[in-house]
Design a protein around this ligand. Structure first.
Ligand SMILES: CC(C)(COP(=O)(O)OP(=O)(O)OC[C@H]1O[C@@H](n2cnc3c(N)ncnc32)[C@H](O)[C@@H]1OP(=O)(O)O)[C@@H](O)C(=O)NCCC(=O)NCCS
Length: 200
């Protein structure tokens, strides 16, 4: 029988094998290089969520601590939407599921755990991936904001993806993420055009 584990951790508590596996899994899609992921997961406060089957890392996601420079670049040059640290202290990112395990709910589950770690805090995310944009993030209460921009060239397919900014604003004291999620209070869909997007 397969042994499935899904848990949150941080860089300092991870084995070197797991650090490598995390960075390699995220970099596999070609959107970001291994070294950049390694640097990002070391940021103070970053929380990492990992899924394993029989000890093999098959999925990951992170509650990231964005740098001021990155945040400023998004605000001014890219999405053109204000992202003050007090309103959006975290970013959901580094979401990846090993090919062969996609489409089985791992991506949704990993992102849901990231949002549980964020509690009531505001969170932003950027993506060019259809399933994230139309299903996973809206299903967690994220809304599309700002303008679409052209991302860096993907190392694999050499294309420059259209990237989108989504935010889940801070919940007020009467709201509870887990309860909202259980009641299905989050919208699933963004504008109809997005239904034609394909992953990859
Ligand atoms: C994006 C990714 C993490 C999704 O992981 P996953 O485990 O396959 O996702 P899930 O199985 O949880 O599916 C999530 C939802 O997306 C839907 N979906 C799948 N492919 C889709 C597509 N091409 N367009 C729209 N929705 C799609 C599924 O039907 C499911 O919806 P539902 O929960 O409402 O039924 C995974 O495909 C991946 O690693 N992609 C490469 C890396 C990447 O793009 N990461 C995101 C960076 S922001």
């Amino acid at each position: 029988m397969s042994q499935v584990t899904i848990y949150s951790t941080e860089y300092s508590a991870m084995s070197e094998d797991d650090r490598k596996a995390f960075a390699t899994l995220v970099a596999f899609g070609g959107a970001v290089k291994v070294d950049r992921v390694r640097a990002g997961i070391q940021h103070q406060g970053a929380k990492l969520v990992i899924a394993k089957i029989n000890g093999e890392m098959i999925g990951c996601a992170a509650l990231k601590s964005p740098t001021e420079g990155y945040r400023a670049g998004l605000q001014k040059g890219k999405a053109q939407f204000a992202l003050p640290e007090e309103a959006y202290p975290h970013e959901l990112g580094y979401v990846a599921v090993l090919s062969g395990h996609e489409g089985q709910g791992w991506g949704s589950r990993l992102c849901e755990i990231v949002m549980l770690l964020a509690g009531r805090d505001g969170v932003f995310a950027t993506t060019g991936t259809a399933s994230m944009l139309t299903r996973i993030l809206p299903g967690l209460g994220f809304k599309w904001v700002g303008v679409v921009w052209n991302g860096e060239q993907n190392q694999k397919d050499k294309k420059k993806p259209d990237l989108h900014l989504l935010v889940r604003p801070r919940l007020d004291n009467t709201e509870n993420f887990a309860a909202n999620r259980a009641k299905g209070n989050f919208g699933k869909c963004l504008p109809a055009d997005y239904s034609s997007l394909k992953d990859g």
